[in-house]
Design a protein around this ligand. Structure first.
Ligand code: MN
Length: 474
């Protein structure tokens, strides 16, 4: 292995380390120079999304290249964290348990070039992804903001529409950035923010943790890296940003300003509609000497995986705190890695599955359906989960429906404000059931057969079947 190729147990700490690793392992496709920023780049990314990362030199002739598909599967997530695929959730939970505070440094590569005359699309190659998107969007920017009262930072990803040369329309769902913005706006102040583009996958995963308000997600990134993230103060405000990022847009979420944003193709595979939303005034752009722009195609595999895995890890944590018999959780691909959760439990008491459902609904408002299964079911296999529902669930006894709860505003079936219902399915075997009724059939020895030992040459069939001459029609 070369110095640029991280070994096992080594987490890539910036975008370039990860890209070098992908390139060295034949997982980075390089496009011909000059592909189009409008739709073409996203179309190529989507075609490669289960297979390779993609690097686009000179998109539309722009000097800054674009990269996409940093993560295409759970295996890649394990690889970027330096652990095996089945260790990813425990590694991530460990990082959430033992956050590592960042350290401030005086300068960093991300401020090698500073532009205080802002013209976003002149400086940055911002792509347009889905058919009905309102235009170019920064889709992979970590938005870092500060609690105006105590200075604690928050990290999350929000879709950022380019609304003008120094203006961004942004969707803030009612979580942490939104709360900080409310706090600032109540005092008539703008909320200082930074949009950080081009970081390592661990930092992207850290930004998606389901943790409480005032839990700085960059400390999870530090724990995943095994080393505190080096942060540098913005040039025009007090936000601290990763010193080794590629690009930073510094700005303010304005008070008392709302402008149209959307539509934008989102993770449920539908569009978030156009509406008046928050506005960010961009005050400066800083970047590396020759920066790389990262984009995430809305609704694509990278989008789903980035949201799914951290949610699984943090939901598992939440559920196990109250119910230690919970063994594992899975947010399914069909449930767009957000809405449908499967929980594996080693049930000891009959009522536990319904408590688990309520814990999951409260754990994140996106959770819409929870299926609880026994420990013999592989929750990562949708066929096995459906089998468990088919054979261990009765709707009159095992179904929990809760009306008028908070759901995802991006779920097209929720009403205004994201109100919808929750559904829980208990697909566990009743503790009182007689053992034989639920004894799963198996063929003894089926898992241990060595076909090289038991199978003969296929030609041996002729001696048994005989030589059948079908003749010829001609
Ligand atoms: Mn947060």
């Amino acid at each position: 292995m070369t110095a640029s190729t991280p070994s096992a147990n080594y987490c890539s700490r910036d975008l370039r380390e990860w890209l070098n690793h992908l390139s060295a392992t034949d997982r980075l496709a390089v496009a011909k120079p000059g592909l189009g920023l409008k739709h073409e780049l996203a179309a190529v990314s989507q075609t490669l999304e289960r297979d390779k990362a993609a690097l686009f030199p000179a998109p539309d002739g722009h000097p800054v290249p674009v990269v996409s598909n940093l993560l295409t599967s759970r295996r890649w997530i394990g690889d970027c964290l330096g652990v095996a695929e089945d260790q990813v959730i425990s590694r991530y939970r460990d990082a959430v348990h033992h956050p590592l505070p960042w350290v401030e440094v005086d300068d960093g590569p991300v401020q090698a070039v500073v532009h205080k005359e802002v013209d976003i699309t002149a400086r940055l190659p911002v792509p347009t992804h889905n058919e009905l998107d309102s235009g170019p969007y920064i889709a992979a920017g970590l938005m870092i903001s500060r609690n105006p009262a105590n200075g604690i930072q928050n990290v999350s990803i929000h879709r950022c529409q380019i609304s003008g040369k120094d203006r961004i329309g942004v969707l803030l769902l009612p979580r942490h950035t939104w709360t900080y913005a409310q706090m600032a706006h109540e005092n008539g102040q703008a909320l200082e923010v930074a949009i950080v583009i081009g970081v390592d996958p661990a930092s992207l995963l850290a930004s998606q943790a389901v943790v409480p308000l005032d839990f700085d997600e960059m400390e999870i990134a530090g724990a995943l890296h095994g080393k505190p993230v080096e942060m540098v103060k913005c040039k025009t405000n007090n936000v601290r940003v990763p010193a080794r990022a590629e690009i930073v847009l510094e700005g303010r979420v304005l008070a008392d300003v709302a402008e149209p944003e959307g539509p934008f193709g989102e993770f449920p595979q539908y569009y978030g509609r156009r509406a008046n939303r928050h506005v960010i005034q961009v005050d400066a752009i800083t970047h590396r000497t020759a920066p790389i722009f990262h984009t995430i195609v809305g609704g694509g595999m990278e989008h789903l995986l980035l949201g799914g895995l951290p949610r699984e890890a943090t939901l598992l944590e939440t559920l196990q705190r109250n119910e230690p018999t919970v063994l594992d959780v899975h947010l399914s691909r069909g449930g767009i890695c957000r809405y449908h959760l499967v929980v594996k439990v080693d049930k000891k008491q009959e009522g536990t599955p319904k408590n688990i459902m309520m814990g999951a609904f409260a754990g994140h408002y996106d959770i819409k359906q929870v299926i609880v299964v026994d420990r013999d079911v592989n929750i990562h296999d949708p066929e096995q989960v459906e089998w468990a529902v088919a054979t261990r669930f009765q709707a009159d006894r095992d179904l929990l429906v809760v009306n008028n709860t908070q759901g995802s505003k991006l779920d097209p079936t929720t009403t205004e404000g994201g109100v919808g219902a929750k559904m829980g399915l208990d697909a566990t075997i009743p503790l009182a059931a007689d053992e034989f009724t639920f004894t799963v059939i198996r063929v003894p020895g089926a898992g241990d057969i060595d076909l090289d030992i038991v199978l003969d040459d296929p030609g041996a069939a002729a001696a048994i079947i005989g030589d059948t001459d079908l003749g010829s029609e001609t």
